[in-house]
Every structure is written in structure tokens, then in C-alpha cells.
Design a protein around this ligand. Structure first.
Ligand code: FE
Length: 195
């Protein structure tokens, strides 16, 4: 059963073949999009912003003020960041992102959304009981930390600036970027001190 292509992939293949036959699309154009999304669009872009914000207070201030312009300056591909807002976590406030309506997500800085982000359970419960959902996902926050949930929309996308973990004082920006995960930038995970 698992060897059979899914109905969705058969349909996609049929549409692709038809579009190429009718010369509305070339297979080179499709390959370009696939290569872009597999090699140039993803959480590594968001991680660059976070790592730089950790080491450069001036950059952090600009990122919190106007992330949209910074993403344009970096020239990240992938789109879905016409208006990007970055929310910085602190010891007292933790931020987490959802799209309660569908699956709006900042592709240029995080790539394509994970399956659970589109799940109706996550989308409704993270609003009603964020502390419980985060604990279930492996992130237990102190009772003294309040949680703010940000609802993405077609107009506004969010990126979480996670806390820099202790014990990373000696790491440079490149090494820091490697620690930063997609889930931490959605706000459902913390960044661990490297062992
Ligand atoms: Fe949406």
C-alpha cells in the first residue's frame, strides 16, 4: 500500500504533465522552485537573524522594530513575509505562534510549515491552554513566565526570537545559528545548551 503513489501525487503529476504539454510551464522552472525550497528556503534563514540578534544589540533592536525590511535586505527567497513581526522571549514572557484560521507561516525565514502546525488540535488548543500544549510538546515553562500566543494571518506573520541558552558565551554567530531550531522560532521549544 505504501508503495503506491498517493492520489494527491498522481493528481500533481498529471497537472504538471498537462501544463508542460500546453507549454504553460517548463520542467526547468519546476526544478528551480524545488531546488530553491530544498536548499535556500528554510529555518536556516530565520536562524541567521536570531543568531545575529543575540550577538548584536543594535541589530536586535532593528529586528524587533522592522523585521520586514531586514528580511528584504537579506534577500531571503520563499515569500510569505510581506509583513513580518519578531517577538523576543524573555524570562518573564514567552511567545508562541499559531494560525488559528489555516496555516499562515513565514516561509522565507522558516520554510514550509510542519504538519502539526496545520493540525486543528494545535490551532485551537494552543490558544485555550497554551501552557498545557507546550508541556505536551516538551517545553515546560516556569509558572512565573507568562505566555503570549500570536495568531498569524494572510497579512501578518510572526517569528519568535528565543532566549539565548546559558553556556554559549564563547560561541560565534555561525556556531550559534547552528543551535537554533525551527520549533524554537515558532515558540514550541527552547534552545538547549550544547553538551
Ligand atoms: Fe493561515
Amino acid at each position: 500500500m505504501s508503495d503506491q503513489p498517493s492520489p494527491q501525487s498522481l493528481r500533481t503529476e498529471a497537472i504538471e504533465t498537462l501544463l508542460i504539454e500546453k507549454k504553460l510551464l517548463t520542467s526547468e522552472a519546476i526544478d528551480t522552485v524545488l531546488t530553491t525550497f530544498s536548499e535556500q528556503v528554510g529555518p536556516m534563514n530565520g536562524a541567521k537573524l536570531v543568531a545575529r540578534a543575540w550577538v548584536d544589540q543594535g541589530f536586535k533592536a532593528r529586528l524587533l522594530e522592522d523585521a520586514t525590511t531586514i528580511v528584504q535586505e537579506y534577500g531571503f527567497e520563499g515569500g510569505q513575509v510581506d509583513k513580518l513581526i519578531v517577538k523576543a522571549c524573555s524570562e518573564s514572557v514567552h511567545h508562541v505562534v499559531v494560525c488559528t484560521l489555516c496555516s499562515c507561516y513565514p516561509w522565507a525565514v522558516l520554510g514550509l510549515p510542519p504538519r502539526w502546525y496545520k493540525d486543528p488540535g494545535y490551532r485551537s488548543r494552543i490558544v485555550r491552554e497554551p501552557r498545557k500544549v507546550l508541556t505536551e510538546m516538551g517545553l515546560t515553562l516556569p509558572d512565573t513566565t507568562s505566555i503570549k500566543v500570536w495568531d498569524s494571518s494572510a497579512e501578518i506573520r510572526y517569528l519568535v526570537l528565543p532566549l539565548r541558552p546559558a553556556g554559549t558565551e564563547d560561541l560565534d554567530e555561525t556556531a550559534l545559528a547552528e543551535l537554533i531550531t525551527r520549533d524554537a522560532m515558532i515558540g514550541v521549544a527552547a534552545i538547549e545548551t550544547p553538551s
